[in-house]
Write a protein that binds this ligand. Structure first.
Ligand code: SAM
Length: 263
């Protein structure tokens, strides 16, 4: 649907975008086409979408014959989606994705989200942690957040999110999306990124392990996490290394050595 059609559709269905849920609906067919293309999904692919909204992206996955599961927090939109996709091959789950458990996460091959910006970090971390077989993730994010997602060791922005993304695989900034591509337009420019799996996340405890390592990012890592002393010295890391200087590869190795030292 183009902008005019989307405006009419929203009015006809009495959908009032709710700021509290970060509702900025995509209304630019060119951008929707590119996201579908970038997602890598095809007929029969198992796709998880977070925040389908009115279904701008969802509709394309249904049309191509993908096996889509869409998780939407807003009850009003859920009712709307159930009507719109009545009789179609789709699972619509009404839930806050951050509270969703037992959803057979390991079956999904692709993940897509025009992410509600206020919960971008926890949603990305949960997806990378839970979706152990996912080949590719495609996200619309605030353009300004990309410096955090792709931050390098030693920089101010470097933290658990950048380490997780880098460990997951290849991170690419694909395209910049102006505010005019949404209804209502957000205040900032957006961008589409893809994460293509290479090694993936070592295991489910990785995110909380990183949070602990970064809890005092400028101090010696072993101050905030003394249990790492013997692991990091056996790996030949400097005793005074700070969390912000440890590379994603080193974090992976420290985590694997640390968890096996607990057994
Ligand atoms: N995918 C639609 C599109 O591109 O037009 C809507 C995108 S809108 C930016 C974000 C959507 O995520 C909204 O529909 C919002 O209600 C939903 N949402 C917000 N927080 C959520 C959460 N924690 N779990 C699931 N959905 C959420």
């Amino acid at each position: 649907m183009n902008k005019e059609d989307t405006l009419r559709y929203i009015a006809d269905n009495k959908i009032l975008p709710d700021k509290n849920f970060g509702q900025n609906f995509l209304c630019d067919e060119g951008i929707i086409d590119r996201i579908i293309e970038l997602s890598g999904a095809a007929s029969g692919s198992k796709v998880l979408e977070i925040g389908p909204g009115c279904g701008a992206l969802t509709d394309r996955f249904v049309d191509m014959g993908a096996k889509i599961t869409a998780v939407e927090i807003d009850k009003r939109l859920n009712e709307h989606l159930l009507n719109r996709f009545n009789g179609k091959d789709i699972d619509i789950i009404c839930s806050d994705y951050l509270k969703l458990n037992d959803y057979e996460a390991d079956r999904f091959e692709y993940a897509v989200s025009n992410i509600p910006y206020y919960v971008m970090t926890p949603i990305m971390i949960k997806l990378m942690t839970d979706l152990t077989s996912c080949k590719k993730m495609t996200f619309m994010v605030e353009e300004a957040a990309i410096s955090r997602i792709m931050a390098q060791p030693g920089s101010k922005q470097y933290g658990p999110l950048a380490v997780m993304c880098s460990c997951f695989g290849k991170v690419s900034k694909e395209l910049v999306v102006p505010g005019a591509s949404f209804i209502p337009p957000p205040h900032t420019t957006s961008a589409v990124i893809t994460l293509t799996r290479e090694e993936g996340i070592p295991s489910s405890g990785f995110a909380s392990f990183l949070d602990k390592c970064f809890s005092q990012r400028r101090k010696k890592m072993t101050n905030s996490f003394p249990e790492l002393k013997s692991v990091s010295s056996s790996m030949g890391l400097r005793e005074d290394i700070r969390a912000e200087a440890v590379t994603p590869e080193e974090y992976r190795d420290i985590f694997i050595n640390y968890t096996s030292s607990l057994i």
